[in-house]
Design a protein around this ligand. Structure first.
Ligand SMILES: [Zn+2]
Length: 370
């Protein structure tokens, strides 16, 4: 009797063990994403962010070492192989603008992980200042050329961030506007062409005159935006060897940078490139992703038709821990979401297209080192 009871207990034990094992096995089999449906994290495309901003402050207290470190700390977990760091496009005045000198030496300590652009805190303020005048005199031209040469001699892979139209999105974030075919911008195109480097260009397009939307503060933004696209096209036509990377495609603020406009300009201007910013857009109709993380059909067609002309420019800000003020500290908390959306976007693309847009195009265009 006792033996029978023991056998029964043993059998029940086995049954429980087998049931548990079976559950674990089916969990593993059915919970792991299937390779055909989605690439597993191990297989995901490594990407390059060609538009990143270290925010280490300015004036008496700066800490770019910890801003660059903050960038390094997210690279591996997010599949980011490299970043191109640059100063934002600043106006002249106070606070005093900062340029690549603030962070380039620190970035160089990390070898080929980082490249950098320069001019956002020196060439751009000169452009904004001169923007009020249609012509430039020789001393200004000379100063501009000398500064551009200095930037390239220091190892910059191009000029950035430069702007001809930049909306002010929050307090302390400047409104900037000059004709995109201003003589200093045409000069910069010639210099970039001669040295075969890129210009990272922030340009909020206005196809047709429009009233400022309610959410945008005026001032500093104007109450009416005038059409500015013709001048941008003249800049692109001015020197076909100047490669211009138009920043923030897909997250247009005014709702005018749509897929048909991108297609028209890419067809017409072979020296135009676009960097995609995967931030939630003000104009969601122009964003590449649907709310459930699929690439919209018209975007997929555009990206496939111009697969050599797109790169990823996240516009991630990395703020040093001790920096409490400035637009960079407001933008920095958004970077995690941008990285997540970029990974969703790349995972939703056909693999060869993801590789080109995420990695290969950036390597070629910015001449990055492996
Ligand atoms: Zn920008």
């Amino acid at each position: 009797m006792e033996n029978k009871a023991k056998r029964f207990r043993d059998r029940s034990c086995y049954r429980i063990v087998w049931t548990v094992l079976l559950c674990v096995f089916s969990l593993i089999v059915f919970q792991v994403p299937q390779p055909l449906a989605q690439r597993s994290p191990g297989e995901r495309v490594q990407w390059i962010d060609v538009h990143a901003h270290p925010a280490g402050g300015r004036g008496a207290y700066t800490d770019y070492a910890s801003a660059v470190k903050a960038a390094v700390s997210v690279m591996e977990e997010s599949g980011i192989a490299k970043m191109v760091l640059m100063p934002p496009p600043q106006p002249p005045g106070t606070p005093p603008p900062f340029d690549f000198e603030s962070f380039a030496a620190i970035a160089k300590l990390y070898g080929s992980r980082f490249a950098f652009l320069g001019g956002g805190g020196s060439l751009n303020p000169m452009i904004q200042q001169a923007g009020r005048h249609a012509a430039i005199d020789d001393p200004l031209r000379k100063r501009f050329e000398e500064r551009a040469a200095e930037i390239l001699q220091a190892g910059a892979v191009g000029f950035g961030e430069i702007t001809a139209h930049h909306l002010s999105l929050l307090s302390g974030h400047p409104y900037e506007s000059v004709p995109a075919d201003h003589p200093l911008l045409l000069l910069l195109a010639n210099i970039a062409a001669r040295h075969e480097v890129v210009i990272d260009f922030h340009f909020d397009p206005v196809v047709e005159e429009m009233k400022a939307p309610d959410w945008l503060a005026s001032p500093p933004n104007p109450t009416v935006f005038h059409a500015n696209l013709a001048a941008f096209e003249r800049l692109l036509e001015h020197n076909r060897r100047a490669k211009i990377v138009w920043a923030h495609a897909g997250s247009d603020q005014l709702g005018q940078w749509n897929v048909p406009l991108s297609r028209k300009l890419l067809e017409k201007h072979p020296n135009l490139y676009m960097s995609l910013r995967m931030a939630p857009a003000r104009a969601p109709q122009n964003h590449p992703l649907t709310p459930d993380g699929q690439v919209k059909a018209e975007w997929l067609q555009l990206l496939s038709d111009f697969s050599d002309r797109f790169v990823i420019g996240g516009d991630q800000f990395f703020a040093a821990a001790g920096i409490k003020q400035g637009p960079g500290t407001n933008f920095a908390p958004r970077a995690r979401g941008i990285r997540q959306r970029t990974n969703t976007f790349l995972a939703a693309l056909p693999e060869s297209l993801a590789r080109k847009i995420g990695y290969d195009n950036a390597m070629r265009l910015y001449k990055l080192k492996e």
